[in-house]
Structures are given as structure tokens and as C-alpha cells.
Design a protein around this ligand. Sequence first.
Ligand code: NAP
Length: 321
Amino acid sequence: MAATISTRMLILGSGPAGLSAAIYGARAGLAPIVVQGIQPGGQLTITTDVENYPGFADVIQGPWLMEQMQKQAEHVGAKMVWDTIVEVDFSRRPFRLVGDGGTVYTGDTIVIATGAQARWLNLPSEEHLKGRGVSACATCDGFFYRGKKVAVIGGGNTAVEEAIYMTNHSHDVTLIHRRDSLRAEKILQDRLFAHPSINVLWNKEVVQFVGGGQPEGLVAVELRDTRTGEVSRLEAEGGFVAIGHSPATELFKGKIALDADGYIKVETGTTRTSIDGVFACGDVMDKVYRQAVTAAGTGCMAALDCERFLAEAEFEASVAA
Ligand code: NAP
């Protein structure tokens, strides 16, 4: 029979939001259990340099930061479980969730901190060449394109950082953006424009990724000018799609209120969702700020909201008794 694990505070996700909720929850005596999910540590584990997380004068590494957060959470009493939730029942308390291997989890409160995932262009050629030249993570896969021509698609912080990162491996990096200005922070733009190995192609959208060779790999990216419609081709053996993220909320559709973009709706100024006792924090509920430090901040809020919710529920139960 499948094991059942019960807790007062069940946290889904182990990025900065989930682990901050765990640290605060553990220190409040809620003995939280963190179900780590598909990518333990979250998006920061596929980032390299982090220079905007307060408290570190020197540049630190994303995976190292997440390791520290996990150690800190465990040190104060949170428990990590290496599992992924595949089923949720929020219709009654304690809430009941099921893990990938059949383990049943019950929680008096739930903190959803499942984050967001990289978005794709959804081209058939992209799907076909994924893992063979097309990737959504330069910091994970960039190493394989040493000395090769590469293209990065997008105009936000991620795309610019990935283009700069790729110069560690390649002297021929092209950033392809669909408009004529970037939305990335100015400091990153300045670094990008000053870099001798990076060229920017403006007003271009990807029509398709072109494969070739034996074994087949990416050889070029076919582009269309968004103003003139002119089609051109850029030689590239690596193509990195960096066009933003989608919230990891598939599991919660129809079970909790989501906004039009699929992010979990929370009551303004809190982490309360449409279900009493279920809280959401980090990128899964925030499409505006999406920073490690804001995710950590909302993780802290979620733990405080859980604590308050449990205290009120216990008080009501004692009055009713
Ligand atoms: P983002 O800011 O949403 O930017 C996505 C980029 O991709 C935009 O330039 C967008 O173009 C482009 N794009 C979207 N869909 C496209 C499509 N179908 N075809 C072509 N281009 C498309 O996403 P992000 O760069 O991943 O950043 C997400 C959040 O994380 C942001 O808040 C960012 O500040 C933060 N972040 C911060 C850091 C840091 O502080 N070091 C690092 C990485 C990310 P348009 O501009 O035309 O819309």
C-alpha cells in the first residue's frame, strides 16, 4: 500500500519561494515538508552568476545559493522529499495530494511554489531539433557549442544574459529580437552592446530552425523581417530560445482560481488563493517582478499566512469544543 505522509504545512516546489516558506514555517514550528518537484532548487539552478541577491558583495552562483537555502531550511527543521505531485484534491481539509510514485501527502495547509518554466516558440522544427542544437537554456547546454556560431532568441534579461554567457564558449553570438528595442535592464544592455563577440539582429522573427548533417543537428535559423517580410538565413549550430516563462499550474487547472495567463490568483497583499488554507508564492503567482528575492519575500509571506490560518482554525476549533 502507498505510504501516507501528513504535515501541517506541505510546500510544493523548492526554489527561493518554497525554501523561504520552509525556513519561516520550520521556525514557526510547523515542521514543513517540501516536495521538491521536477527541478529541485528551481530556475536558479540553471543560472550561473547571480549579482542581485542581497547580502553578497561578490558574484555568487545560482546553484550554490539554492544549496545554501536548502541547507538552511533543513537546519531549522524542514524536511525535503524528492517527489513530484501529480494529483491534488483541494475539496476538503486536510488537503490530499499524490506523488509520482503513489505516495499520498496530506497537508493542513498547502504552499504552492511550483514556479514557472521556459517558453518555446512552438515551431515543429524547434521540437524536431530540441537537444540537437535547439535549447532553452544556454547555461545548461552552452558548453556543447564551444567555438561554434550560436543564436539567442528574445529581448528580455534572460536572452541578454544568455547571449553574454555564450561568449564564454563562442566568439560568434547573435541575439535575434522581434522588435527594435530590448526590454532587458539597461546595465545588461550596455554589456551586450559593448561585447565584441555579440551581434544583434533587430525586427526578426524565427520562421524555422533548419537541420542538416549526419547525425542531424541545427545548421541555420530562418528569419523573417517583421517590417518588410523579407526572409533571410543565419548560420548557427546552437539556437537558444529565451522568450520568457509560463507558470507551472497545469496541475491546478479547475481546482484553484487562475488568471488569464495561467498564474495563480492571490488576494492583493497576501498569498491567499481562492481556497482557504492554500497559499501561493513566487513565480507561480507573480508575472511582474519574478526575481529570486521577490520569490523569497512572498515565500516568507506564505509561511506567515499559513501560521495565521492554522492559529485561527485551532482557535475556532477550541471555541466550538
Ligand atoms: P521577459 O522579460 O518576459 O522577456 C521575454 C522576451 O522574449 C521579450 O523580449 C519578448 O519580446 C520576447 N518574446 C516573447 N515571446 C516571443 C515570441 N513568440 N517570439 C519572439 N520573441 C518573443 O522574459 P525573461 O527575459 O525570461 O525574464 C523574465 C523575468 O525574469 C523578468 O522579470 C526579468 O527581469 C527576470 N530576470 C531577471 C534576471 C536578472 O535580474 N539577472 C535574469 C533573468 C530574468 P518583446 O520584448 O517584444 O515582448
